[in-house]
Design a protein around this ligand. Structure first.
Ligand code: SAM
Length: 461
């Protein structure tokens, strides 16, 4: 009896929520109609009203009606403050989101990197307070500061977005017809203004506490036609995942306070719908925790262009000494997958022992000197060094540095383990072929396999 009563109460509260949503939608539709009537004074006409249906009950009629967006709060149930308001572009996107294996998992509160050997500094998993605070940072506004020493590879925090939506240029805006005289600038501004309506629908559905957190975020787009909600999205969104072929981005309460210039690495965990942040290098207590807003291997001019959207000029070492840094980063961006060369070299004892090690170490040092620890290039360079040293350990004598590099590689790869599952399987196969070739170099198996392996370039770039 009790469970039937509970079930009825739940249905009753779901009905009430649906009624509330419908009332909200009607109110928004009235507001939009009034605004649409004035669009002509801004150089365009709105030809259809935003569709505000929220649930794909009948998917066939959705595609037939060319529904612009689906609004949904995820995961269903759980504390409101942990809900993510989602703007999805198709029923298939919603299905992909909620049918992900093991979805929805709770947001991880602590994770222990098993490869960090120093017990004292493995306090990433103590479950007490997070190792950071949000505080003022000179000339950057708010930022994230380490409240205790965070070792390389340690988990810092994870967080669900307040809101996610298709990347800006993937947003289905209203159907708009521009007057012939409308300028490109007018068109751009109008498109941004119209896109705000989509955000207003999603925002109206949010928990009031989350609404306040969203509105408190920095907005660097106050005068380009973006409405306040779109402006916050454009200033603070991180890429989160792909759904039904489109890239989605999300805005976060704390992660969106992180300033640019990276000492972290992160990934979005689909099962818990949260982004996980890890230290890419040791971060001493009191220093800033940072992340990258743009591709760091591109030259400074391209980075400056990308950062314009955030309204600041980066003053990091690479941006202030671009000549040297641009050359270094170009070299790093050209680094090849050296595994085939390592296999050939290992299987051919006639080739010098130091043929690949020196250039591989030089590449690793260059990446670290550029401050790109934790990047895919860094992990790959570490991997090359470890493989080469492992071959030498089998064929000649172990190098004392092998353990250091192998641990560093394991510590940093672990931070990406969940996203790089396929990569892990590939690594396993590659290690097996490198070790088989190392046996040839060590003279433990006949040399035949070393022949015909082709020439090996004396570098790993
Ligand atoms: C995502 S928000 C980061 C948090 C922001 N500082 C705040 O107060 O909420 C992006 C904004 O932070 C500032 N910012 C981020 N990185 C910066 C940096 N390296 N130097 C100066 N300002 C930066 C810029 O104003 C930028 O538009």
């Amino acid at each position: 009896m009790a469970s039937i009563a509970k079930g009825k109460a739940r249905e009753g509260s779901q009905d009430a929520t649906m009624r509330q949503m419908e009332e909200l939608n009607l109110r928004l539709l009235e507001e939009f109609k009034t605004e649409d009537a004035t669009a002509q004074s801004r150089g365009y006409t709105v030809t259809s009203t935003l569709d505000l249906r929220t649930m794909p009950e009948d998917e066939a009629s959705y595609s037939a009606a060319q529904v612009a967006n689906i609004f949904t709060t995820q995961p269903q149930g759980g504390p409101h403050s942990e809900n993510v308001e989602c703007i999805l572009h198709s029923p298939a996107a919603k299905r992909e989101l909620i049918e992900y294996p093991n979805y929805p998992q709770p947001t991880p509160r602590s994770l222990t990197n098993p490869y960090i050997l120093d017990e004292d500094s493995r306090e990433d998993g103590d479950g007490e307070s997070p190792p950071y605070e949000i505080a003022e940072v000179p000339s950057k506004g708010l930022g994230m500061l380490a409240t205790r020493d965070i070792p390389q590879g340690a988990f810092i925090m994870s967080e669900r977005p307040l809101m996610i939506g298709p990347q800006e240029h993937h947003l289905n805006a209203h159907n708009m017809v521009f007057s012939a005289s409308a300028t490109t600038r007018q068109r751009q501004r109008a498109t941004l203004t119209e896109a705000e309506k989509t955000f207003r629908v999603a925002f109206a559905r949010m928990d009031p506490e989350n609404q306040a957190l969203y509105m408190a975020l920095h907005n660097a787009h106050r005068s380009d036609g973006s409405g306040p909600l779109m402006g916050v999205m454009r200033t603070n969104a991180y890429e989160v995942c792909h759904l039904d072929g489109r890239l989605y981005t999300g805005v976060f309460k704390d992660l969106s306070r992180i300033n640019h210039s990276p000492n972290t690495t992160s990934y979005f965990d689909r099962a818990s719908l949260s982004k996980l942040l890890f230290a890419a290098r040791d971060i001493p207590a009191g220093t800033e925790i940072t992340s990258q807003y743009c591709g760091l291997l591109q030259p400074r001019a391209a980075r400056v262009q990308a950062l314009k959207a955030y309204g600041f000029r980066c003053t990091c070492a690479a941006c202030t000494k671009p000549l040297e840094s641009d050359t270094n980063r170009l070299r790093i961006s050209r680094m090849k997958d050296a595994v085939p060369a390592i296999v050939k070299w290992a299987g051919n004892p006639a080739l010098p022992d130091d043929l690949l090690l020196r250039p591989a170490l030089a590449m690793l040092e260059l990446i670290e000197a550029e401050g790109l620890e934790g990047s895919p290039a860094h992990i790959r360079a570490l991997y090359h060094v470890v493989l080469i040293m492992q071959v030498l350990a089998v064929a000649k004598a172990p190098d004392a540095r092998l353990l250091v590099y192998a641990l560093k590689w394991a510590v940093l790869s672990w931070c990406r383990m969940e996203v790089d599952r396929e990569q892990q399987a590939k690594f396993k196969k590659e290690r097996e072929s490198v070790m088989a070739a190392a046996m040839v170099r060590a003279g433990l198996v006949p040399d035949g396999e070393g022949k015909g392996l082709g020439t090996v370039q004396g570098n790993t770039e």
